[in-house]
Write a protein that binds this ligand. Structure first.
Ligand code: PLP
Length: 375
């Protein structure tokens, strides 16, 4: 008999929703035409891409012409940063934060090696980038500011509307990595007034390998890929029709149920924390109170996060240490370092990210398992 897995790593990835799966099938089977071709087999795929773009645009209050499909969040982040900076001379600069995902941090590193200037802003103990910190870092040389909407390790939601306003006052463009936020908290690109925004389908029960970059009308970027004229000549490569349809279907579903999902996930997280406290465990919670529902970064005093992950795995529960992409590393995650978690707690950090498939029984089981390991 196979062991039942408790999956509590939804910030790493999520299962494809049954609706997204069903919606994708025709585009993988009979309706496989290339949307860029001219015969009738291409007509339906083309319509499906157009419709999906409209659905996605509606979900974030954008215009369909502002949505550009990519292979996921990593490509969208790379494109926003490099596509902006490559239009300008080396020596020009951009600003980011110390807790960005590596898709941003390593793009910044690449830009620095090419001769662009990158200023990485510190965050406070909750992982928040302060308006004053950004204001004082802005100079005439800065062309772009990129601050994430929500952090993938600690769930902290950044004051992006305020930061975007400051960037604009300083004459810079503003990009936000919204990979952890889209589908989970309301996102309105006009209300937060961002110029670019990255998203990835597999974080909200869509398929892997598809995402998009929102580019506000009038903002200029250079394409990163040379090739065909897809995506208005901005992103070459045959469209991933099934992926695009899956993304739109999953996003529409999430947006429709967002408020109920948030309530459910907040209640589940509270229950988990209460149970851990009741079991007498000494731990601290990382991140701000205003965070992605279901996302918990917990640092257990004197524990070893990696050992905890492996012991939980043996018991059938999947959680993360730092971010999923870093979980092979035994070093402290850059986010835990940046928020200044004290050494006695920092090494005992795990990320539990709950989803709608988790139950109260599962949460009780996770608390019991952690207590068994640490007592
Ligand atoms: N940005 C953030 C905040 C993420 O959490 C991730 C994935 O973990 C990415 C970017 C990369 O997205 P993708 O896996 O679609 O390349």
């Amino acid at each position: 008999m196979s062991k039942t897995i408790i999956y509590a790593d939804h910030a790493a990835t999520t299962a494809l929703s049954p609706a997204a799966y069903e919606a994708m099938l025709p585009w993988l089977q009979d309706k496989y035409g290339n949307p860029s071709t001219l015969y009738s087999l291409a007509r339906d795929p083309r319509k499906a891409v157009t419709y999906s773009r409209e659905v996605i645009a509606t979900a974030i209050n954008a215009d369909p012409s502002e949505i550009f499909f990519t292979s996921g969040g990593t490509e969208a982040d790379n494109w926003a940063l490099k596509g902006t900076m490559f239009q300008h001379d080396r020596g020009k600069g951009m600003i980011s934060s110390a807790i960005e995902h590596h898709a941003i941090l390593n793009s910044c590193g690449a830009l620095e090696r090419m001769g662009y200037a990158v200023n990485t802003l510190p965050v406070d103990q909750m992982g928040i980038v302060h308006a004053e910190t950004l204001r004082s870092a802005l100079t005439d040389n800065i062309l772009l500011v990129s601050i994430m909407l929500a952090n993938n390790e600690i769930g902290t939601i950044e004051p992006v509307a305020e930061l975007a306003e400051i960037a604009h006052q300083g004459g810079a463009l503003f990009h936000t990595d919204a990979v952890q936020a889209i589908g989970h908290i309301p996102v309105d690109v006009k209300a937060i007034d961002v110029d670019m925004l990255s998203a990835s389908a597999h974080k909200f029960n869509g398929p892997k390998g598809i995402g998009f970059l929102y580019i506000r009308k009038g903002v200029r970027l250079v394409p990163l890929l040379d090739g065909g004229g897809q995506e208005h000549g901005m992103r070459a490569g045959t469209e991933n029709v099934a992926g695009i349809v899956g993304l739109a279907t999953a996003l529409k579903e999430h947006v429709a149920h967002m408020a109920q999902e948030a309530d459910y996930l907040k209640a589940l997280s509270c229950r988990l924390v209460d149970q851990l406290k009741a079991k007498g465990l000494d731990f601290r919670m990382n991140g701000s109170r205003d965070r992605i529902p279901g996302s918990l970064s917990l640092s257990f005093k004197g524990a070893d996060g990696e050992m905890l992950l492996h012991r939980l795995d043996l018991m059938g529960t999947a959680v993360a240490t730092g971010s999923a992409c870093d979980s092979k590393d035994t070093v402290l995650s850059h986010v835990i370092k940046a928020i200044g978690v004290s050494q006695e707690y920092a090494h005992g950090t795990i990320r539990i990210s709950l989803g709608m498939d988790n139950t109260t029984e599962q949460v009780d089981m996770i608390a019991q398992q952690i207590a068994t390991i640490l007592h």
